[in-house]
Ligand binder design. Sequence first.
Ligand SMILES: *Cc1c(COP(=O)(O)O)cnc(C)c1O
Length: 426
Amino acid sequence: MAQTADLAQQRAPAPGGQPPAPSTPPAGHPPALPNYPRARIPTKPVLSRASFRRAAGHTPSILDTREARLVTSGRVAIALALRQMGVGPGDRVLVPSYHCASMIEPVVWLGATPVFYRIHADTQVNLEDVAAKLAGAKVLLATNYFGFPQNLTALRAFCDQHGLMLLEDCAHCFLGEHNGQPVGSFGDYAIASTMKFFPIYEGGCLVSARHSLAPVRLEAGGFKFEAKMAVNALEDGFEYQRLRTVQRLLALPLGLKNFLLGQLKRRSHGAPAAMAPRSSEGGFGFDPAWLHKRGSLFSRMMLRLVSRSRMGALRRRHYQRLQDALAGLPGCRPLHAALPERVYPWVFPLYVDLPETVFASLKNDGVPIVRFAEYLWQGVDATVCSASVDLSRHVLQFPCHQELQEQELDWMIDKIKAALLAARAP
Ligand SMILES: *Cc1c(COP(=O)(O)O)cnc(C)c1O
């Protein structure tokens, strides 16, 4: 476990200074900055016995579409989708100004040009701006931010009208529907980052409600990959005191595993062992070596075993708890005034007036914070989209996932309240 922490620290960008190049800082995943302690409660879902509890009912999800390809990350799924849409060198892909680099890297890797369009302050796509940038564009990539769907009916109609293909980015929106249709069913293709929603170490998926996925063929990652992915997911559970019984039973095999990994590392002299996709380790980079690799058996099993209804219900409940506790506090406002029916949030986005002060204070307390789009692609500034720059700076996101325990939520809320009040004190 100490090993996990060390790895996270090595990958983190230097504090203070200039934002590093897009491919180095941590992704929209838990940022682990060198000077801050590890988060005291899990930033993303960790495995526990409760993960397998069932809940009644059906919750719509991106996997309701008839075909899916389970891969190792959302960015790989973006690359595969763009390929299926025939995107290659010289093509233009419309991408949002509010983004993380892992959404843009696959576009660039394919030799295409990302064209950044504006979004509104509520994160909805600015279709007027898209209309002004259509020349030569083949694909519109649209993101359902934080679990709140875009006006997908309007986006679909717009794309049909202009002969564009729609790639629906459901990395934050594994669950949910819009106008009675599941998310992911509006795009020609849709992608998700399953590792953001399930207690797994790697995972993304590609679906299509409109095209056959037959041409997308995947190969197995191999035994070492399978073993490492299972062990890593278990370790995340152990780190936050879940799975105590399993931990005791596995103590010996894990000791053996750490020894073997140590040996391997020593032999490879720090060269990256290709056993785990870097996409799982907090980077933005795109590694084509994982393009045609199937997600691990462990992750695929979790996608079957973990109840989506429980996940959806708890995410809504935790989100509402945060909303009730934080709305009306000075120096902040929830990005969304309300939680609409059939929305199952990824995180709780809070607009904070003094983000740097509040962020530093909370990180020092070990409060988990996600900062999606903390670093925008080079050249994307207020002249391109002032709303994106504003959101990028001011919106901090707090976890509301299904594996948070009641007392962990209470603790987090107390800390957030205290930090907001302290930031205002003269
Ligand atoms: C995380 C993320 C991705 C990429 O997903 P990975 O699984 O990390 O590759 C794509 N789009 C958005 C909006 C994301 O937040």
